[in-house]
Design a protein around this ligand. Structure first.
Ligand code: SAM
Length: 282
């Protein structure tokens, strides 16, 4: 059964039999390129002794590949209409559990502790694109005991999420990702690899979660500074920080002086260490 799921005729027949129609609002674009899931599962770190948290099962193409390689797979899927489909497509696997819930509402700490006691855990998912960043920030900010997060996202999102400090594409989200992890793009995936085909191409990225944040600064102050610094495009750091942190110009200048960061610099040029220095000076 699973071998055929990337076959469009088999997939369409399966969905029709269950009366399933795609929900655009839930970001339902299912993978139909047979080479992508095995590669994602492998490069995402699924293997003996490893527990995998997946988000969004669809009809279970990636779930099945993860189940083949990993010790155990737990998948959070919001759409209850997919449950009978998954019962059928994943029938051969005894190491898969589907949790019918919204990943933005689930207590992930408790879920991981309950489902993967003492196991190394990785996250692997083809994310619903309407909430890519919120899901990733939720996974990272909770500092879950997870070794790596390997996800399919839109190509532009992949570039932004993995952008290095100092590069043109860097934004607040790139800095946040780097604070918690070491990101890299694994491989591109064309829009034709999905049913229905989305309007843009995709890419798989992997975030290797750091045991400790990259720099020494309390998260709350660090992210206040980062958000303020990127609040106005093409403005100097001095202007952004005084606006974003509600400081008088003179106070913002003194803050930058204490941190040893030039007031005329722009957020895109700053290293993580410089953001941390400002957060500590705050
Ligand atoms: N893994 C499948 C694949 O690769 O073909 C499906 C990927 S599809 C891009 C995203 C999946 O996430 C859909 O099955 C959708 O129902 C589910 N989903 C959307 N929003 C969700 C949420 N908030 N919590 C959990 N699952 C969600």
């Amino acid at each position: 059964m699973m071998e055929n799921l990337s076959n469009l005729k088999v997939l369409r027949e399966l969905l029709a039999r269950h009366g399933f129609t795609f929900s655009k609002a839930l970001g339902q674009n299912f993978l139909v390129n047979p080479t992508v899931c095995p590669r994602m599962a492998r490069e995402g770190g699924a293997g003996p002794g490893v527990g995998v948290l997946e988000i969004g099962a669809g009809v279970g193409v990636l779930t099945a590949e993860l189940a083949r390689l990993a010790e155990k797979v737990v998948c959070v899927e919001i759409d209850s209409r997919l449950l009978p489909v998954l019962d059928e497509t994943l029938a051969e696997f005894s190491n898969v559990e589907i949790v019918n819930a919204d990943v933005m509402e689930v207590d992930l700490q408790a879920l991981l502790a309950e489902k993967f006691p003492g196991m190394e855990v990785v996250v692997c998912a083809n994310l619903p694109y309407y909430i890519t960043s919120p899901i990733l920030m939720r996974l990272l900010e909770q500092q879950l005991p997870v070794r790596a997060i390997t996800v399919m996202v839109q190509k532009e999102a992949a570039q932004r999420l993995c952008a290095a400090p100092g590069s043109r594409q860097v934004g607040a989200v790139s800095i946040a990702v780097r604070y918690y992890s070491e990101p890299r793009v694994l491989f591109p995936v064309s829009r034709g690899s999905f049913l229905p085909a989305p309007e843009v191409d995709s890419a798989v990225i992997r975030l290797d979660v750091r045991p400790q944040p990259a720099v020494d600064a309390p998260p709350q102050a660090f992210f206040r500074v980062v958000r303020a610094a990127f609040s106005m495009r093409r403005k100097t750091l001095l202007n952004c920080l005084s606006g974003g942190l509600g400081l008088a110009k003179g106070e913002a200048a003194a803050l930058l002086e204490r941190a040893g960061v030039p007031a005329g610099a722009r957020a895109e040029q700053l290293s993580l260490e410089q953001f941390a220095a400002i957060a500590r000076a705050l």
